[in-house]
Design a binder for this molecule. Structure first.
Ligand SMILES: O=C(O)C(=O)C[C@H](O)[C@H](O)COP(=O)(O)O
Length: 208
């Protein structure tokens, strides 16, 4: 299975979420949805991540639920067992891509160079996360890659902010963007769900 530009484009902005408590998962997802967000990427950075994903899938059937921080083939097996709409990795190996294909998991692997994009295309992929987007070259890098590799589509993530993400979305080879600015740790800790809705709404207002 592989992710397409048509799948990514309607998402627009993908919030990258780190959750420490299962009880916060559904309120965060619903707060984002209230602000116009249609998809969440819950990272496997905490021990409760898989339970958070299950909770959101059960409570919010109309949210596209993805998992982030896939770094091992075992991670792919774990998320295949609970079912996710997509899976994101900060990097890309042949092993991760093949495992995701074997398990029927839609993988968006992270790349930072043309060689990795070409390797991904050889493995049947056309969409990639550019990570860490700003640190590896940001807008000029994406513009340069679009010359020789216009068939590759990106979700730049890493370093983007509410002030510059629309510059990325304006590029022809960018279908959506990812970022953690939508779910600040402090607001989750304070259970300030309205605060999260406000950031989501302010973000989505920028793309009409
Ligand atoms: O955990 C993952 O799956 C990652 O690969 C990294 C995240 O996508 C970035 O940490 C988000 O970047 P910021 O928006 O700059 O915070």
């Amino acid at each position: 299975m592989s992710i397409t530009k048509e799948f990514l484009a309607p998402i627009g902005v993908m919030p990258v979420i780190v959750l420490d408590a299962v009880e916060d998962a559904v309120p965060v997802a619903k707060a984002l949805q209230k602000g116009g967000i249609t998809s969440v990427e819950i990272t496997l950075r905490t021990p409760v991540a898989l339970d958070c994903i299950k909770a959101v899938k059960d409570a919010c059937p109309d949210i596209i639920v993805g998992v982030g921080t896939i770094v091992t083939q075992q991670n792919i097996e774990q998320v295949a067992a609970i079912g996710v709409d997509f899976a994101v990795s900060p990097g890309m190996t042949e092993g991760l891509v093949k495992k995701s294909q074997d398990c029927g998991v839609n993988l968006l692997p992270g790349v930072a160079t043309c060689s990795e994009v070409i390797q991904g295309m050889e493995l049947g992929l056309s969409c990639f996360k550019l990570f860490p987007a700003t640190a590896v070259g940001g807008l000029p890098l994406l513009k340069s890659i679009n010359g020789p590799l216009p068939q590759a589509t990106f979700c730049p993530t890493g370093g983007l902010t509410i002030d510059d993400f629309t510059d990325f979305l304006a590029l022809p080879n960018v279908a959506c963007v990812g970022g953690s600015w939508l779910v600040p740790k402090g607001l989750v800790a304070a259970k300030d769900w309205q605060g999260i809705t406000d950031i989501a709404a302010k973000t989505m207002a920028k793309i009409g």
